[in-house]
Structures are given as structure tokens and as C-alpha cells.
Design a protein around this ligand. Structure first.
Ligand SMILES: O=C(CO)[C@@H](O)[C@H](O)COP(=O)(O)O
Ligand SMILES: [Fe+2]
Length: 229
């Protein structure tokens, strides 16, 4: 099934880390109906990051609640032993961290061989040069604008230079540039102006309960920066 399309459009990926875990399936359906383009799923292991969330069994359980693409952000180390489980659970795209192990190229090749789109994430202290030798195998790059592990943190503005540099590296390749962490109405335009086209938001989508209003406002904020460019 093809659920991932690379377009020139702004993509809003709702991060279910901020959802009510007691009714996760309904929350996924709700953000789908509220206009989210992708469902962003944060997988944390209490080892690579200081928090624990969910595994492939939960991804599988929420898969029937939407046809929107599942954008799985792995904050686990090692990741290779679990990639097939996420593919089987219904992940469309899997992003691994460049910092999560010594064999990034192997992880990227494995994701692709399992039929999923491949992404690499960089924590705030990792330079864009970490992408150099895997770049042409990627469908997306995820720039973390907070230190990974928790929702609701503040956007780190120094990451805007990294976003600009990666936008230059991408050129006309069909690679999404995803920004994750502290993405709100004030920061989405900055990231868009720097070159991001996928906007992950947890608290910005879920806080206050007006998912449709929040998603529409985020999209409008990101698009306004593009129109100004
Ligand atoms: O990967 C992560 C956190 O490590 C994110 O995807 C968070 O879920 C973003 O949350 P907000 O900063 O948007 O509240
Ligand atoms: Fe994430």
C-alpha cells in the first residue's frame, strides 16, 4: 500500500506522544479527521532517550484507526533488530537516529529492503555532515529542534542553520525535511522559512482539544512563511 507521497505541500505530522494513551486509537482517528497528513509515532526505549513509550504491538493496534501514513520515529538503540516488527505492524516510514549506532548505512538499507521509506534524525548536537554518505538513500531527514525524549519542550533556534544547510544539500532530490520538537505557531514559520516541509507537532496539535483548529493554524503559519519567501 502506498501512503506516502512526496509533494511540494506543507505536511503536518501529528505526534501522538501528546495524545491520551488510554484511548490511543480514537485519538489517531480524531487527528486524521482533524486534517493531519501523517501520524507521527515516537518510540522510546529508556536507554537511547530517558523515556519509554510504546513498541510495535501498539503501532499494530492503532493501524486500523486510519489510512494516513505512519511516520515512526525510533529513539531506540539498537534499532535494527526491531525494524521488521515495525514493518509488519504497518509503519510506512521509519526514521532512525544517526547517533543510535555505528552502522547507519546498514539500518537505512534494512528499512528500505523492508519496503518502508527511510529517514535519518539528528539530535541538536549532531551536524548535518553525519548524513553525507547515506544521503542518496534517504526519503527524509528529521532535524530535532529539542533534545529527544519528551514532548512540550522549547524549540532550539540554533537548529535553523542546520535546516538551511540540509535544504541546500537536498537540492531537487525528493527528500522531505522534517522538523520535530517545539513546533508551534511562532516557530513553524521560522522552520518553514529555513526550508522545512514536514512539521511534527504534539502539544501544538493536542493541547486545548481543538485538533482541527490547531492543525489548520499550524499549516497556515508554515504556509505564510513560504508565501513571504
Ligand atoms: O520526538 C519527539 C520528542 O522526542 C517529538 O515528536 C515530540 O512528540 C514533539 O512534541 P512537541 O514538542 O511538539 O510537544
Ligand atoms: Fe518525534
Amino acid at each position: 500500500m502506498t501512503r506516502d507521497i512526496v509533494t511540494d505541500d506543507i505536511v503536518i505530522a501529528a505526534s501522538i506522544l501528546s495524545a491520551d494513551f488510554a484511548k490511543l486509537g480514537e485519538e489517531v482517528r480524531a487527528v486524521d479527521q482533524a486534517g493531519a497528513d501523517w501520524i507521527h509515532i515516537d518510540i522510546m526505549d529508556g536507554h537511547f532517550v530517558p523515556n519509554i513509550t510504546m513498541g510495535p504491538n501498539v503501532v499494530k493496534a492503532i493501524r486500523p484507526y486510519t489510512k494516513k501514513p505512519f511516520d515512526v520515529h525510533l529513539m531506540i538503540a539498537p534499532c535494527d533488530p526491531y525494524l521488521a516488527d515495525f514493518a509488519e505492524a504497518g509503519a510506512d516510514m521509519v526514521t532512525v537516529h544517526a547517533e543510535a549506532g555505528p552502522h547507519l548505512d546498514r539500518s537505512v538499507q534494512l528499512i528500505r529492503s523492508l519496503g518502508m521509506k527511510a529517514g535519518v534524525a539528528l539530535t541538536p548536537s549532531t551536524p548535518e555532515s553525519a548524513l553525507e554518505y547515506v544521503f542518496d538513500k534517504l526519503h527524509r531527514v528529521l532535524v530535532m529542534t529539542v533534545n529527544p525524549g519528551f514532548g512540550g519542550q522549547s524549540f532550539i533556534p540554533e537548529q535553523l542553520n542546520k535546516i538551511r544547510a540540509i535544504r541546500q544539500m537536498i537540492g531537487d532530490r525528493p527528500i522531505h525535511l522534517e522538523v520535530d520538537g517545539g513546533v508551534h505557531l511562532q516557530t513553524a514559520p521560522l522552520a518553514a522559512e529555513a526550508g522545512a516541509d514536514v512539521f511534527v507537532s504534539g502539544s501544538g496539535v493536542f493541547d486545548g482539544g481543538d485538533y482541527a483548529g490547531n492543525i489548520a493554524a499550524l499549516r497556515k503559519a508554515a504556509m505564510s512563511a513560504r508565501a513571504d519567501a
